[in-house]
Design a protein around this ligand. Sequence first.
Ligand SMILES: Nc1nc2c(ncn2[C@@H]2O[C@H](COP(=O)(O)OP(=O)(O)OP(=O)(O)O)[C@@H](O)[C@H]2O)c(=O)[nH]1
Length: 778
Amino acid sequence: MLRVTRKISVNVPKSSSFCNECTCWGWARTMVVKRLKSQECHQRNYSIPSGDVKSLRSIITPPISKIRNIGIMAHIDAGKTTTTERMLYYSGYTRALGDVDDGDTVTDFMVQERERGITIQSAAVTFDWKGYRINLIDTPGHVDFTLEVERSLRVLDGAVAVFDASAGVEAQTLTVWRQADKHHIPRICFLNKMDKNGASFTYAVDSIKQKLKTKPLLLQLPIGEAKTFKGLVDVVTKEQIIWNPTSSLDDGKVFEQKPLTETDDPELLKEVKDARNALIEQVADLDDEFAELVLGDFSENFDLLPADKIQSAVRRVTLAQKAAPVFCGSALKNKGVQPLLDAIAMYLPAPNERFYDFLQWYKDDLCALAFKVLHDKQRGPLVFIRIYSGTVKPQSAIYNINKNCTERMSRLLLPFADQQIEIPSLMAGNIALVVGLKQSATGDTIVSSKASAMAAAHRAGREVGRKHGSKSELESLLLAGVEVPEPVFFCTIEPPSMAKQSALDNALNCLQREDPSLKVKIDPDTGQTILCGMGELHIDIIHDRIKREHGIETYLGPLQVAYRETILNSVQATATLDKTIGDKRHFVTTELGVRPWVGETSSTTPIIEYADNFMDPVQKDLEEAIENGINSSYLQGPLLGFPLQDVAVTLYSMTMHSDTSLPMISACVSRCMQKALKKANKQMLEPLMNLEITVCDDHLSAVLGDLAQRRGSIQEIQTRQDNKVVLAAVPLAEMMGYSTALRSLTSGSATFTLELASYQAMNDQEQSALLQKRTGSG
Ligand SMILES: Nc1nc2c(ncn2[C@@H]2O[C@H](COP(=O)(O)OP(=O)(O)OP(=O)(O)O)[C@@H](O)[C@H]2O)c(=O)[nH]1
């Protein structure tokens, strides 16, 4: 693993507001000390005194008010990884950047991590900055994974949106920004790549204003742009921060911070003063307490307004999501990341400043959400959890509400920077990595015991006036909701050779635990493995991950819609099976009926009933054999072999020879049920999707016209700021390739989410066309 030698500087002055001196964990400082090259003694140095592996073991849990659980949201290539690496470096936990002494980089370390079967950035990484514990949580890159995005947003308390300053708001950021709006997550903006040709602070800020419909609060102004970018001015304190003004060392740890004066740059000073006044007016408009202060004591001269008053007011409006503070820099050129870290601590919320309604039900009992499962080659599944209330301890039992099981966690780790540190306990507000949980999967809710879950359920029941102890009470305590959407697409997946089949099975098992919306089954006729997923992209990514993470090149069959089948009338059938195997005669005859079942919700498992005169009691093993027979027929409908929905089965009679084996009974029941189903009036059901499209006015009519051609029915058109939100129901079969179609209809400006609403009956014409296409008969 990573070597523990760390490069630190000595004699760091304490006075600066950007100094990270106060990150004192009382570590034994047993590390190797190297002096930085060409260090100028009059300049401030912001490298952190950091510990080695041993000292990291003594890290303490900070108070909850000092924890920041944040995500970094960015369009592809905006600089999320570079910014994260700089954060780890400046906070003192990696020795990567331009470590010219021995050429060791974070990338090397990442490769090592990958070889061990895990990457630090796959879920969360923890580090400390000036006494704050920062947990950076990965937000999934692909927003088509609605479930994943929602889950990761659920564990964030705040977010940093990173932009390419030459491109402004790009599509991916726009989409995640909207999701964050939905989940009420406070955000700050970082205009990265200020050094790049074409970088424009004004353009990027305008684009935030226009496209994100938020109020940007300019807390910094850049000094120079593109090639001339060398630092920034803090608008609140009017201090300029210039990186590396004289030193040849260019890792960004050294910078100069001093008040901007008339002699430095009169024009820039005027700009900063104007920006400060504008900021004060803007914040006063959004915050009554600040408005009172401004209008009272400082109405004549904003210059006298203390910086901390402005900062507190900016924090309040950020937490209330009335505006988003804007910072700038160049992660690649090592400029602006330390002030960004300060901003995270200063302006984003602590866990106890967020409202979670379920906390009142758990009080001080443990309540945590498993938000990611990783498979470590050595240690097995590692489960990332966010603790909302209570304390987690290793070697203790936990109860998983989703799986209705008790599990034991063997070890508790903190994903601290580039290492995983074993810890004795962890409290509410934190992110932890748990070893030893065999069943828990992404999205599961974890509490201390079943009794604790029931107690919370009762409290919740009282709150919402439900009947105590009901199943739905317990379900209401599931943090990520109970709904794992039904996969609606499927395709076959094949390994390159039969020898790789078991490796593929293993890879699919691992992926399923991480991603509950992925289902895998075996085609009963062909024996082929079938992947069932939520969308085209979902299946694509799974395919790619099997290759990248498990080294197996697989072949996918064509993508198909997961239809279902049902029946429209009641029918009865009888079947007999009579076979002699060896000296034993297996004889069984049965009579059963199938009928349409109407319930409150649709049923994808058979409803099985026994007629009064059916043998009483039915032996347990016989009952199992009968149910096995029914279940196997239920998975293969009579029209195209899709699973059945909403069918009830009644067993009327059964006679058998005493030597008849249970598998023969199952086979006879299955055959009888298939006979009955064939006789019934059959109906194909197709997945109907709830579609939500966010589109600007200009493209609305094109989008609506296209939906009409896709058999879509518009349910509502809402207005969200300057955008329209179209809510529609559309058959999934019409949605193949929709992301490409929508992109070309709207020049990439619209976004959409798609989720299963229900299965609906196809009309005669569509059904005939489908049967004709699949079987050649209508
Ligand atoms: N000029 C310039 N380039 C940068 C800056 N930050 C990142 N880059 C470059 O932009 C490219 C993408 O950077 P990453 O940090 O990988 O961006 P990302 O957002 O993590 O990218 P994905 O993981 O692909 O989404 C790389 O070539 C970086 O070197 C910057 O501040 N200035």
